[in-house]
Write a protein that binds this ligand. Structure first.
Ligand code: NOJ
Length: 534
């Protein structure tokens, strides 16, 4: 491997930062974040050191699923601003040498999209076949047993035309029929619209959902289902998700992106690693990066994490570039899942593994899940399937910029409540604290940018012990050793077998710079270190 970062593409060597636009910065005072708000914070993102920003959907939407129900793919919702605001933001992002990714939602539209309105106007409508319509079962019920991800049946009866339509998510999000060539063309043109405007790529929503069984066979029961899980998981998704034909659709998207220079696709795919790999395409004609969500779900212990990292590395096709994700707008925040102390270890892991890291806004200041009172619930998932802890509002609360009114997020009433600790945990305060998690993120990113060994170097696992995971990153002669303590108590690590001089470059505690090490490294509880070997 060539150790020179210059020869790698930006989405390989760079760091992606996800913005949930409703919650980043509200410049208008309506309590909801917007594009002008994001623009005001580009200085911050540049200071933090990220390379690319992915913005969750900003298109016109009735907001049944907060933008993942798109009613016009080629405009901006007035809540967020205008196309002019978007162009200005994009120009400013580019002027800083950064990249911008949009969220592309191809699996379903809003039920208010003109295409669906036309499709449901009559059985003979020209757009009828753009969606998935089926007759009722003989008993009048839905055509099969498929479930909606958000609870209940995935089929809704349309009384006027006497058929059911399919929706993998809300009934307000009817699935498009990607087997229809006109749908393919219209949706690929959406990509071109934004690529022509200059966007650098797309995060593709539920990529694995795009093809469904032609015969609409029932899904089998899931033998691993346990009470307390989402009702969606009572069935396997054998016939509704991850069908072989999906890869043909992804290849169509990839071909469009490849019409342009240096653009990319990252696919949202929740599948086991073995199945995930197929989304790179049999010979690289799939997504540039199929999201690797392993760190979002794994039990947090050294052996478990080390095993998955090695398995992922081993499964990757030769032409595939890895990636890692620590948080997103659908899953519990890392600080809540593993605690504030281990969240620092997780930051070091994310930013020293081989592969493009994706950060979720606010994780860099240690934001945690915010409890949402029943009368404050906004997320349709929580409303449909209450009480199981599936709701996503807690991870979407406003970014904490300052300790002042509205956390510096809004001058109005925030659309979701602020965390109760925002006066202490916010960007303004933590930026000035030399030992804060924000300072740690800043330093880790700075180091990753400066060290090709970390951003693009080779990866080699070292033997794992009960609590300590260790691995090497290497570029040219430069060798960096990362040692992470997953326990709250002190642990030792034997350096003698490495037969090298060892010096600490960075500790998660931010207090061991340039320390020369002997044969035995002592790690404090919840400490990770990056060590230079010479
Ligand atoms: C995945 C998105 O991340 C999630 O937020 C959304 O609700 C569903 N797809 C449906 O679009």
């Amino acid at each position: 491997m060539n150790p020179n970062a210059q020869t790698f593409r930006w989405w390989e060597s760079g760091i992606v930062y996800q913005i949930y636009p409703r919650s980043f910065l509200d410049s208008s005072g309506d309590g909801i974040g917007d594009l002008a708000g994001i623009r005001q914070k580009l200085d911050y993102l540049q200071w933090l050191g990220v390379d690319a920003v992915w913005i969750s959907p900003i298109y016109p939407s009735p907001m049944a699923d907060f933008g993942y129900d798109v009613s016009d793919y080629t405009d901006i919702d007035a809540i967020f601003g205008s196309l002019l605001d978007f162009d200005t933001l994009l120009a400013d992002v580019h002027a800083r040498g950064m990249k911008l990714l949009l969220d592309y939602v191809p699996n379903h539209t809003s039920d208010r999209h003109p295409w669906f309105i036309e499709a449901k106007s009559s059985r003979s409508s020209a757009k009828r076949d753009w969606y998935i319509w089926r007759d009722a079962a003989p008993d009048g019920g839905p055509p099969n047993n498929w479930r909606s991800n958000f609870g209940g049946a995935a089929w809704t009866w349309d009384k006027a035309t006497g058929q059911y339509f399919y929706h993998a998510f809300l009934k307000e999000q009817p699935d498009l029929n990607w087997r229809n060539v006109a749908v393919q063309q219209a949706m690929l043109d959406v990509l071109r619209f934004w690529l022509n405007r200059g966007v650098d790529g797309f995060r593709v929503d539920v990529m694995h959902h795009l093809a469904k069984d032609r015969q609409y066979r029932d899904n089998p029961p899931n033998p691993d289902f346990r009470p307390g899980m989402s009702p969606y998981r009572e069935l396997l998704t054998t016939h509704s998700v991850d069908l072989p034909e999906v890869h043909e659709i992804v290849a169509l998207m990839r071909a469009v992106v490849d019409e342009y220079d240096d653009r990319m696709l990252v696919g949202e795919i929740y599948l086991p690693l073995e199945r995930l790999m197929a989304y790179y395409g049999a010979s690289g004609e799939g997504a540039h990066l199929p999201f690797n969500f392993q760190l979002l779900r794994l039990p947090w212990d050294a052996k478990g994490v080390a095993t998955v990292v090695e398995r992922y590395e081993a499964l990757l096709p030769s032409y595939a570039w890895p990636n890692w994700v620590l948080g997103n707008h659908d899953k519990p925040r890392i600080a809540t899942r593993i605690g504030a102390a281990q969240a620092r270890v997780a930051a070091m892991l994310l930013l020293t593994l081989r592969g493009t890291p994706t950060m979720y806004y606010g994780d860099e200041i240690g934001m945690h899940d915010v409890p949402i009172a029943p009368d404050q619930v906004r997320d349709p998932f929580e409303k449909n399937v209450p009480g199981l802890g599936l709701g996503r509002d807690p991870v979407r609360t406003p970014m904490q910029w300052t300790g002042g009114d509205g956390a510096g997020f809004t001058t109005g009433l925030p659309w979701l409540p602020l965390a109760d600790d925002f006066t202490a945990n916010n960007v303004a305060v933590l930026r000035d604290q030399p030992n804060s998690i924000l300072s740690l993120y800043h330093r880790l990113i700075e180091l990753r940018r400066a060290e090709p060994a970390l951003s693009v170097g080779a990866f080699a696992a070292l033997p794992v012990s009960d609590n300590v995971m260790a691995y090497m990153r290497k570029a040219g002669d430069r060798r960096l050793l990362i040692v992470l303590n997953f326990a709250a108590h002190a642990c030792g690590f034997d350096l003698s077998m490495l037969e090298a001089q060892a010096e600490v470059l960075l500790s998660t505690h931010l207090d061991r710079h340039q320390e020369q090490l002997g044969d035995n490294l002592q790690l404090r509880g919840d400490e990770g270190v990056i060590i230079e070997l010479r």
